[in-house]
Design a protein around this ligand. Sequence first.
Ligand code: ADP
Length: 304
Amino acid sequence: MSVLVFGSLNLDLVTYADKLPAIGETIVGEKLLKFPGGKGLNQAIAARRAGSEVLMIGSIGNDLDGDFLFDILKSENIDHKFITKTSEQTGIAVIEVSKSGENRIIIIAGANSKTKFSDEVLTSSPLVTVSLAQLETPIIEVAKFIQKSKAAGKITILNPAPIQKLDEALLQDTDYLIANETEASFLVGKAVEHLSKDEAVIIAKQLQKNGAKKVIITLGAQGSIYLDQEKDLFTPAYKVNAVDTTAAGDAFCGAFATAISEHKPVEYALKFASAAGALAATKAGAVPSLPSQQEILSMITSLD
Ligand code: ADP
């Protein structure tokens, strides 16, 4: 009953200043903080804290930043035997944040661009029930991972972020596609930032026509919709005092993968994932905001 995550690991370098510098301008900032990041690592930690065993496939550089991320995997008790060290530098996100909350981000994929899938991972991990991927590593390798996982009888989950075009074969090998509003809209050729529940169901139906099986579209503070061949469901978001929604989507995906790996009904998995997403929105940052299984369960039971 474990979750296998194929994805990125980044060091997030976050600088804080009164304002963002104009082009060519140098300004004095307030501080620089370093955080673990990358959608792969965030979702692996989210799934682990939500209660499942987690194995991660990813790449880091042979450098101090790589050592920092490797230590995070160890401290979170994530199986790291499929993390490889490459000659490329560890992935980095340079994030500038202004007092008013605007940000600018440059991502250096580095070692993440060298992440490869190897069949040996699946043959040597019989307890894996769910394979989970995002798109911060090469899409060709993600497609191989999803396709081989499906062929090996695993439940496959794809979070197409950052968004890019998906071919039909990848959609067909994916059991659960989890996209936010902008990602889902992009996949059907639209540029929409906010969707109503009904609009989301229409887009999910279009995605099914393009080959997707079960589609989840997350709608931020509204909640999420789910569509399979028989039904559609709306799961409202838990009401919280949101301070920073960074990684709400990662918390949702990781927790959903955990509940599905335990063969919970999809209605429950959606509730469990929504509670994780809501809790992640109540704390600043990505990894520090990812909730434990206990926190998720307390939120579900306190509001039932
Ligand atoms: P992403 O971070 O990928 O853009 P969303 O913002 O849609 O994803 O968030 C994922 C899920 O997290 C939502 O479907 C919802 O369940 C939960 N969530 C996100 N923001 C909030 C919020 N402000 N209040 C409560 N729940 C939230």
